[in-house]
Design a protein around this ligand. Sequence first.
Ligand code: KG4
Ligand code: ZN
Length: 341
Amino acid sequence: MYNGDMERIILGIESSCDDTSIAVVDSNLNVINMETVSQISVHKIFGGVVPEVAARNHIAYIFPLLNRVMESAGVKPKNIDAIAVTRRPGLVGSLLVGVMAAKGLSASWNLPLIGINHLDGHIASAFLNKDKKPKKPYISLIVSGGHTSIVEVTENGQNTISQTLDDAAGEAYDKVSKMAGLGYPGGPVIDKLAQKGNPDTYDLPYLLKGGKHANATFFSYSGIKSAVKRILDEEKNLIMEDLMAAFQIRVVELIERRLESAISKGSYNALVISGGVSANSHVRKMATSIAEKHNLELYLPELKYCQDNGAMIAAAAFERFEKRDFDSLDFPVNPTVRPGK
Ligand code: KG4
Ligand code: ZN
């Protein structure tokens, strides 16, 4: 609840994929209020997000959601200092709804507008409701449905170290789940099953082991998907928990290997993990052990901020606000992944 004496407040809007989310966040990165409308039940029947349907639903949800979030927080337009919105990357139709809502609010409330890169939002999600932020330089891992990337964050900006070559980690979870008839989204279901399974029953290939890409920096999950499919097609007495445990071990093993390699090449203060897949039990354990081993401060988002949300978009806007780095009303949306604005 807003208590009237908070220094600054940014309203954050996220609509890049299938979550419509709005939050008000103060300059200590405490979330005053946030609400997300999920479209999972709508897209579930298609086994994945249908872009046109997602955009139409954002239009229906966004303004009632804005009113609810502000009213229940006791926040009035005059209490807000800026409007932040995801401008890239994402589904174009979905991005347009959030961006046009933000531009309308900025124009009618006469407030600065800040277009945020969704990936910067995920990084900032790990700082929400914490008593401090990490000291730069730090290593950031973003693992979500659309991205698996390791980025070095320094005083001078960001440098991408590892990037997705084909499917992102979350996408691999979702596709394997669809093949196995486990539903959408796949991550949470597979994570639950995997925790009950024996990972040694099925011998899935160790990703990139000894191959020509053993020391590469990219992430590739298409091979593991095919290996799981073969077992699903051929195994007569399939033990789903065991297969999912083996799949989960392999997915996380590759992330661990790439993280180890990135950390060993520099001198960092912290490890920051974010994105939908950072909710994964095995990812969280692996992150804790790597951070301990390398004496890095670990920043993991609270579970509710792992998935796409408006609070992380507001949080990412504060640095830009302090520099008065605002956007004009004519900025475009952009579907592509690229560091920076
Ligand atoms: O960050 P996010 O909400 O959206 C994107 O920006 O992509 O991430 C969604 C992804 C989905 O692929 C979902 O299956 C995955 O995060 N996910 C998980 C878990 N919870 C969500 N993957 C593995 N384990 C989980 N517990
Ligand atoms: Zn995301």
